[in-house]
Design a protein around this ligand. Structure first.
Ligand SMILES: Nc1ncnc2c1ncn2[C@@H]1O[C@H](COP(=O)(O)OP(=O)(O)OP(=O)(O)O)[C@@H](O)[C@H]1O
Length: 249
């Protein structure tokens, strides 16, 4: 589905991503872990075309999206990708519902009626249908994050990119978001998420560990394994390699 080939990213003269290559297959659930400042978010934004790359290429179903002009990649992203940011970036003067339908109205893939219907279904499914008319400052962090996932799903994307989706959530809100991600992945949505939280990474099929802008290690879970235990062991081995790893409580 996505082929990342030797991408490099420079911020001024600092090399933040060094020749990163990997592939994401349709239906994958990939978690990106690694120390703070290692380049995880930059990698996510580079692959999704939110940020330009300095060299290399990103092919999405064979189409080189790294060469697209800004308006072309924006349209492409709107129709194929859903993005959930660390901070939800919702518009303050719109209700939660209107924030969710907005990318649908912009993309015009479906009629406004269908977009509203889909938003209502997504909100019901994510158990936030009672907050449709609320302002964004009248809901909890967990509700807002679930609303962000509804917004990212409004155009029926093929892939969801998430940056620390549970970073600001308590344990039960984290569990709700994880269940949603797992269900979406079971239904065929490809997922790529940056996370510090081993509970999130343990739901993934594959984990990439980034250190100093490079893939230092990667892991695929064996079917039926105790993933948290396996992940813990793996991360500890990497920690022995000198990485400071912060576990979320
Ligand atoms: N717009 C920017 N301009 C200059 N440097 C940047 C910019 N964005 C990120 N960086 C630098 O790039 C490096 C990687 O940042 P990035 O946000 O990708 O790391 P991260 O692994 O996601 O970190 P964290 O886990 O703390 O969110 C850091 O050294 C950061 O300071």
């Amino acid at each position: 589905m996505i082929k990342v080939d030797k991408i490099r990213k420079l911020f001024k003269k600092t090399l933040v991503l060094h020749d990163i290559s990997f592939e994401i297959t349709s239906g994958d659930f990939v978690a990106i872990m690694g120390p703070s400042g290692s380049g995880k978010s930059t990698l996510l934004y580079s692959i999704s075309g939110m940020d330009s790359i300095s060299s290399g290429s990103v092919l999405f179903e064979g189409i080189n999206i790294s060469e697209m002009q800004e308006d072309e990649i924006s349209r492409f992203r709107l129709s194929k990708m859903g993005i959930v940011f660390q901070n939800p970036h919702m518009l303050r003067n719109l209700s939660i519902f209107d924030n969710i339908i907005l990318p649908g109205l912009v993309a015009k893939k479906e009629s406004p009626d269908n977009i509203r219907k889909r938003a209502a279904e997504l909100m019901k499914r994510m158990d936030i249908h009672e907050i449709v008319d609320r302002d964004i400052n009248e809901v909890s962090g967990g509700q807002l994050q679930r609303a962000s996932i509804c917004r990212a799903m409004i155009n029926n994307p093929e892939i969801l990119f998430l940056d620390e989706p549970t970073g600001a959530l308590n344990s039960s809100a984290t569990d709700q978001v994880l269940k949603i991600l797992e269900d979406l992945n079971d239904e065929g949505i490809t997922i790529m998420t940056v996370t510090h939280d081993p509970r999130v990474a343990a739901r993934a099929k594959k984990v990439l560990y980034i250190r100093d802008g490079q893939i230092a290690a990667s892991k695929e879970f064996v079917e039926g394994a105790d993933r948290l235990k396996e992940l813990d062991r793996w991360l500890n081995e990497l920690l022995l390699g000198g990485d400071k790893f912060v576990l979320n409580e």
